[in-house]
Design a protein around this ligand. Structure first.
Ligand code: HEM
Length: 440
């Protein structure tokens, strides 16, 4: 099997695990102290968050490698680099998970593992960078997605290293500066993986519509420049509560929503230009692109509200933030990634196997995500209102009034995870005979 496909299978495996930890996390929301002795929430959260972040990164890497091969007709000069990257990730991730389970931390939020475990990730990423340059060879006259992949690969490395600057005493000395650098790096890191994912989205749209309009249009190059601008400057909302210079907030927020809006526009234009027959042939990836498009608009609405400084000050650190990060990483990133996974593994050109199973999974994910997101939003808004109220009730009273929303968060999170497991089963059934005969 191609290494790019192995990356995607590894990504789906860590997603499967991440969903289990997510279920455990919501149970601990509803029943505080549940399984505390074995896996407390302090462990469950990083186990879940790191797994799902690895799902996004690994899947994005596998998809970019696969599409690079497709686009450049297997022109890789050093295919061994892809293998090196795979083995680096495959060795680091289980150790990271075990270290969390054993309560060995030492890192910072999102990367809470001991910093030494970041080394294989950096080495693997450098191999990816060299693989990219040696496969592309010439950058002139490339479609926009090649530029997006390049930007995503380069900036992920820079921002990942930047998120470890706190290891150097100079950066740790000043707490405001330290936190600003930290949150800036996270904001730009998300921008970097979005470059990999949106670039692949444009590649897939070209592939489905069998022309290169999406990737050579002015809008496509506009979204690329805006995406880059966003990647560099949109992290202001992460540091709203820090006393930094106000202009940083204003500049960064002025650009932060344009990227989503433009991406929505690209999918919308492309959708209306497709003929019904073409839509049908690639039905499954198209469905995920459609779902991502709808979630882009919902998340854009939320982002606009969250960008109002007075509102942001109160909602910061509440479940509104969690709703936004999960809404975007599931609704946009994961939907797009599933479109690519189905394009690569879905056998869409042959007869589609078990359509009912697929529909069940697809529907369950999207319907559950809506309830999941609304539950978190409501809990977050109620908590923000409590924070603003001068005659506050006790914290414990406020938290217990949120219990119904935590229950619906937990139940919808469970059905959301089941939706993904159904799609895993569907992918397995679709590919079973190929895998058994080692034809993948
Ligand atoms: C593709 C699927 C998923 C992705 C990409 C994802 C992503 C994330 C991210 C990025 C965070 C960090 C939020 C923040 O710090 O603001 C998070 C937290 C969390 N997620 Fe998920 N998630 C997924 C599925 C689920 C599911 C299905 C459940 C529940 C069944 C769940 C439960 C949780 C919990 C309990 C937290 C911790 C919230 C807190 O700290 O208060 N997640 N998730």
């Amino acid at each position: 099997m191609e290494t790019s496909k192995k990356f995607i299978l590894l990504a789906l495996t860590v997603l499967g695990l991440g969903l289990l930890f997510g279920i455990l996390g919501t149970l601990q929301y509803v029943f505080p102290g549940f399984l505390k002795a074995a896996v407390s929430f302090e462990k469950t959260r990083p186990l879940h968050v790191s797994s799902v972040v690895f799902w996004i990164i690994l899947a994005a890497v596998g998809v970019v490698q696969h599409y690079l091969n497709e686009h450049f007709k297997n022109n890789a000069k050093y295919p061994v680099l892809v293998k090196i990257q795979f083995w680096m990730f495959l060795s680091a991730i289980p150790i990271i998970m075990v270290s969390y389970l054993m309560g060995v931390f030492g890192g910072r939020e999102y990367w809470e593992f001991p910093p030494v475990l970041a080394l294989p990730i950096v080495i693997g990423w450098i191999a990816f960078l060299i693989h990219f340059f040696t496969s592309v060879r010439q950058l002139t006259k490339q479609p926009v997605y090649v530029w997006m992949w390049l930007t995503g690969i380069v900036f992920f490395l820079i921002t990942f290293l930047e998120s470890y600057l706190w290891l150097i005493p100079y950066f740790r000395q000043n707490i405001i500066g330290d936190m600003t650098v930290q949150w800036k790096s996270y904001g730009s890191m998300v921008g970097s993986w979005n470059m990999l994912i949106y670039g692949s989205g444009i590649y897939l749209m070209d592939k489905i519509s069998e022309d290169n309009k999406s990737s050579s249009s002015v809008t496509a190059f506009l979204i690329y420049s805006l995406g880059l601008f966003n990647l560099l400057f949109n992290w202001g909302h992460h540091i709203y509560s820090l006393p930094t210079a106000p202009y940083i907030r204003y500049v960064s927020y002025a650009v932060s929503m344009t990227e989503l809006l433009l991406f929505g526009k690209i999918i919308y234009q492309w959708k209306s230009s497709l003929s019904a027959a073409k839509k049908y042939r690639h039905e499954v990836p198209y469905k995920f692109l459609l779902a991502a498009d709808i979630w882009v608009f919902i998340m854009l609405g939320q982002a606009i509200v969250m960008s109002i400084p007075a509102f942001n000050l109160y909602t910061h650190g509440t479940h509104v933030t969690v709703a936004h990060s999960m809404g975007t990483t599931i609704g946009i990133n994961s939907m797009l990634l599933m479109a690519f996974v189905y394009d690569i593994f879905g056998n869409t050109k042959q007869q589609f196997i078990k359509p009912k199973l697929f529909k069940k999974g697809y529907f369950l994910i999207n319907a559950s995500l809506l309830v999941f997101w609304l539950s978190l939003m409501t809990a977050g808004i109620l908590r923000a209102a409590w924070q603003m109220n001068e005659k506050q009730n006790a914290f414990s009273q406020m938290m217990s009034s949120l219990t119904p929303f935590f229950i619906s968060f937990s139940v919808s999170g469970f059905t959301l995870a089941i939706g993904f497991y159904i799609l895993f089963r569907h992918l397995y059934v679709t590919n079973r005979s190929k895998w058994i005969h080692n034809e993948a």
